[in-house]
Design a protein. Structure first.
Length: 132
């Protein structure tokens, strides 16, 4: 597919992909071809309900392969975290549970400037979010 070639030309440091779809397969392939590109896989829900039927073993194997090539997997609920750890056998160090799609955490306000939180500028990197 042409998207793989286009993404490789862009040379991103980070790819953000959502759920187990065709784009996550492409991202895993890109990580094989360009190992310096990190993959952040976002899992919004517990995908167990989608993994039924006679192709279940193939689907689970493909999801495991995608997870192996992901640098970090972020899920927003406990059920998703359990599914990743138990069913897909993702190493615990790759799984994070928490809210995502929030640009900045809340910073408490302070009256005294000496007590304010110093936030360093973000590092420069090339991020590419692939969506449908």
């Amino acid at each position: 597919p042409l998207i793989i070639v286009r993404v490789l030309r862009y040379k991103p440091d980070l790819l953000v992909v959502s759920e187990f779809g065709l784009l996550s397969i492409y991202a895993a392939i890109i990580s094989l071809l360009r190992p310096t590109t990190r993959i952040l896989l976002l899992i919004e829900s517990d995908p167990r309900g989608l993994a039924r039927g006679m192709f279940n073993a193939l689907r689970v194997s493909l999801r495991r392969w995608i997870c192996r090539h992901s640098t970090l997997i972020l899920t927003n609920n406990e059920a998703g975290k359990r599914y990743l750890a138990e069913r897909l056998r993702v190493t615990p160090g790759k799984i994070r549970q928490g809210v995502y799609l929030v640009s900045q955490p809340a910073v408490p306000s302070c009256d005294n400037s000496a007590q304010q939180i110093a936030m360093a500028p973000p590092p420069r990197y090339r991020r590419l979010t692939i969506n449908r």
